[in-house]
Design a binder for this molecule. Structure first.
Ligand SMILES: Nc1ncnc2c1ncn2[C@@H]1O[C@H](COP(=O)(O)OP(=O)(O)OP(=O)(O)O)[C@@H](O)[C@H]1O
Length: 342
C-alpha cells in the first residue's frame, strides 16, 4: 500500500477580478505521506490559503473562478479526487478524512452555539453515535486538547473562552473524526509564544497518536523548524523551493528562500546587534506579474538577460528537493553534474 495520503498534481486557481484575471495558485504539485508534516511558507498573498481552501473544496469552480489539476486523497478504502469528484462525495470525507483548522477561531466558531454542540457536529454527520456517546466523545476531545474543565467548556459559548482555548476548541473540532489529513492555516499566529508552543506540542502529539499527515501554513520559520518534516516555499502562487527541513535550513538554494532565512532575527546579547536582512521591494501585484521570473525584480542575483526573459520551470535539484530558479546552480556553485549533492 502506498504511503501517500494526498497527491496534488498541477493545481492552479484563477479568479476574475476588476483588475483582470489573477492566478494566486499556479501549477502546484506535492505529495503528502502518512504522518508527514509539510509546511507551506511564503509572504502574505503567495497563495497558501487559496491552495488549501481549494483542497477543502471551500473554493470551487464558478463563473469567476477556474480551477485545474487534481488532488487525490487516499484514506483507508477510499480514494477520491478532491477537486473533481462530485461534491456529495467530497462532503462525506470533509471534516472526517480531511479537515482544517482555520486562521481566526473567532470568525470560524459560531457565536450562538455552545462549544460542545459545535464539536459534536462533525460526529453527528460522520459517525453513527448515540447522543450520549457523542457527548462523551466531545468531553474526551476537549480533554485531549488540554482543556482543564471539559464539561464546563462544552456548555460555554465561544465568547466565554480565551484565544488559546478557542484555538484548542478548533483543533478538537478538526480532529473529532481522526482525520488522515489535517490542514492547519496559521493556527498559532494570534497566540502568545507560550500558548503557541503548547499548541504545537499538542498537534505533534495528536499526529503521533492518530497517524495523521499535516499541511501546516505559517509565516514563522521558527515554527517550521519546530514542527515540519518538509517545507514548500511559495512565491506569487508558485512553488519556488521544496526540500526537507534539514536541507532547506542548511542550504537554501533559491534566492527568495535565502532571503527569508536571512530575515529571521537571532537572539543577541551583545551591544552590537547585527542588522537584519530584509528582502527589498514588495510582492508584485498578481494582476501585473513581471515577465520571466516573478521574483526577478527583488532578486540580488538577477541576470537581466536571463531572468526577465524566461519563466523558470521547477527543477529537481536532488532526487528529494525541487527549486525554481534559472540561476540556482551558479548562485550555489553547483556544477551541472553535481546536482545530486546540492
Ligand atoms: N475570492 C477571491 N477573489 C479574488 N482574489 C482572491 C480571492 N481569494 C484570494 N484572493 C487573492 O489571492 C491572493 C492569494 O491569497 P492567499 O490568501 O492565498 O494568500 P496567503 O499566502 O494565504 O496570504 P496570508 O499569509 O496573508 O494568509 C491574494 O492576492 C488575494 O487577494
Amino acid at each position: 500500500m502506498s504511503d501517500t495520503v494526498l497527491d496534488v498534481q498541477k493545481l492552479s486557481v484563477s479568479f476574475a477580478t476588476a483588475k483582470g484575471t489573477i492566478q494566486p495558485v499556479r501549477d502546484v504539485s506535492f505529495a503528502l505521506k502518512r504522518r508527514e508534516t509539510l509546511a507551506l511558507v511564503g509572504e502574505s498573498g503567495s497563495g497558501k490559503s487559496v491552495a488549501s481552501l481549494t483542497l477543502m473544496r471551500l473554493i470551487s469552480r464558478s463563473a469567476g473562478c477556474a480551477i485545474s489539476g487534481s488532488a487525490r486523497l487516499t484514506a483507508g478504502e477510499q480514494s477520491l479526487d478532491l477537486l473533481n469528484d462530485d461534491i456529495r462525495k467530497i462532503s462525506s470525507v470533509r471534516g472526517d478524512r480531511i479537515s482544517m483548522i482555520f486562521q481566526e477561531p473567532m470568525t470560524s466558531l459560531n457565536p450562538v452555539h455552545r462549544i460542545g454542540d459545535q464539536i459534536g457536529e462533525a460526529l453527528y454527520f460522520h459517525r453513527n453515535l448515540s447522543r450520549k456517546e457523542r457527548g462523551e466523545k466531545v468531553l474526551h476531545l476537549l480533554d485531549q486538547v488540554g482543556i482543564v474543565n471539559p464539561a464546563r467548556t462544552a456548555r460555554d459559548y465561544p465568547h466565554h473562552l480565551s484565544g488559546g482555548m478557542r484555538q484548542r476548541v478548533m483543533i478538537a473540532m478538526a480532529i473529532a473524526c481522526d482525520p488522515d489529513v489535517l490542514i492547519a492555516d496559521e493556527p498559532t499566529t494570534a497566540l502568545d509564544v507560550t500558548i503557541q508552543a503548547q499548541i504545537l506540542d499538542l498537534l505533534r502529539k495528536l499526529q503521533e497518536v492518530n497517524n495523521m499527515a499535516m499541511v501546516f501554513i505559517t509565516h514563522n520559520l521558527g515554527v517550521v523548524a519546530e514542527i515540519a518534516d518538509r517545507v514548500m516555499v511559495m512565491y506569487c502562487g508558485q512553488v519556488v523551493e521544496d526540500a526537507s527541513v534539514m536541507d532547506l535550513f542548511r542550504r537554501p538554494l533559491m534566492p527568495y528562500t535565502q532571503g527569508l532565512l536571512s530575515s529571521i532575527p537571532a537572539i543577541s546579547l551583545s551591544d552590537e546587534r547585527p542588522k537584519l536582512y530584509s528582502i527589498p521591494g514588495n510582492v508584485p501585484d498578481l494582476a501585473k506579474l513581471p515577465s520571466g521570473c516573478a521574483f526577478a525584480p527583488r532578486c540580488r542575483y538577477v541576470t537581466e538577460s536571463l531572468c526577465t526573459a524566461r519563466e523558470p520551470e521547477v527543477e529537481l535539484a536532488t532526487p528529494t528537493r525541487r527549486v525554481r530558479c534559472l540561476n540556482w546552480r551558479t548562485i550555489n556553485n553547483v556544477d551541472d553534474g553535481e546536482s545530486n549533492e546540492a
